[in-house]
Design a protein around this ligand. Structure first.
Ligand SMILES: [Zn+2]
Ligand SMILES: [Zn+2]
Length: 328
């Protein structure tokens, strides 16, 4: 028998999946955003309002080395309609001038940058400090000034989330010039046997003035998380269990994962066309499908399987890797 090493193995995931004990919903959110509490251009109130008015269900405010109190925001925004603000911080550290930024989500208190004697230790000390105050860490924009390699990130313990897309115009998501992009780095980490989930984020700073590709505007990258309710704890649990997909514009209407394989249905935007790639060990393309539905049956030997859905404008959704045990 093939087995899957994943918290939700054998539990079907589907949009609006209902079981008597635990009805599950999908919630769209962004885990990386700045306000005037660091180098953003708008107040927390204005930033939350932007996301609420643009179809999001939750938002993490993550200013540089600053933890914004969100109780008041939740009393304003959550009372009338469903929306959740989760506190957070971008723990903004560096090693020999290279930026090492790690988000802490849902923290009990602010985490000062911890420093370290090399990039891996710097990452680890900050991850540990975030865990120490009850938070969920994620590693940010590893190619920002080419700060981190897959081999370094692979060595970090107790971190389950990695930005594979960041909406900032200067973070080198795609790599180039001989340096790998974030998706290739993700595959390198997965191929080493370490399970890590890929998230897409805005890293938005600019909500005022012109919206243009060279500014840090919102609405570029997000996650859609499956959870029984819209609470910080439930969203954190969904993220850390990999019960979500990341997106820059493609929405899924169904995502099923069980011990047999992965089934995907895509929400159609009129006139758009879609291609789904199923990817395995080493970033190898396992299969490709066109259209609004795509499926993959585990064969054994893939080590892991994940899907990337790309539309005819290049917008993408990434499902989370499933590790397939070859033992029969
Ligand atoms: Zn950063
Ligand atoms: Zn940031």
């Amino acid at each position: 028998m093939k087995r899957i090493h994943l918290a939700f193995a054998f539990i079907p995931l589907c949009l609006m999946a209902m079981t008597p004990s635990q009805p599950l919903q999908w919630y769209k959110g962004n885990t990386h955003t700045h306000t005037i509490n660091s180098d953003g251009d708008s107040t927390p109130d204005e930033v939350v309002r932007w996301y609420k008015e643009h179809g999001f269900h939750f938002l993490v405010l993550s200013d540089h080395n600053f933890l914004t109190e969100v109780k008041g925001l939740n009393s304003i925004f959550a009372a009338r309609e469903k929306f959740l603000v989760i506190n957070g911080e971008e723990v903004t550290d560096s090693f020999e001038g290279s930026p090492i930024h790690i988000n802490g989500l849902n923290l009990r208190e602010v985490v000062p940058p911890q420093g370290g004697s090399d990039p891996v230790e710097t990452l680890q000390r900050n991850v540990d400090a975030i865990r120490g105050v009850g938070g969920v860490p994620h590693i940010n924009h590893p190619n920002f000034r080419w700060a981190l390699t897959a081999d370094q990130m692979r060595q970090v313990r107790n971190n389950k989330l990695l930005e594979i897309y960041n909406g900032s115009p200067s973070v080198n998501n795609h790599g180039g010039g001989g340096s790998p992009g974030l998706e290739a780095m993700w595959d390198e980490i997965l191929s080493s046997g370490k399970l890590i989930y890929g998230i897409a984020v805005d890293d938005a700073h600019h909500f005022k003035g012109e919206f243009s590709p060279d500014r840090l505007n919102p609405g570029r990258g997000w996650v859609v998380v499956q959870a029984p309710r819209l609470s910080a704890a439930a969203i954190m649990e969904g993220l850390e269990a990999g019960r979500f997909y990341a997106s820059t514009g493609v929405s899924l209407s169904d995502l099923q994962v069980d011990d047999q394989g992965i089934e995907i249905a895509i929400q159609e935007k009129p006139t758009f066309k879609y291609t789904t790639h199923f990817i395995g060990d080493g970033g190898r393309l396992l299969s490709k499908a066109h259209g609004l539905k795509a499926g993959y049956r585990f064969q054994g030997g893939e080590r892991y399987v994940r899907a990337r859905v790309v539309d005819s404008m290049g917008y993408t959704a990434w499902t989370q890797p499933v590790f397939v045990d070859q033992a029969r």
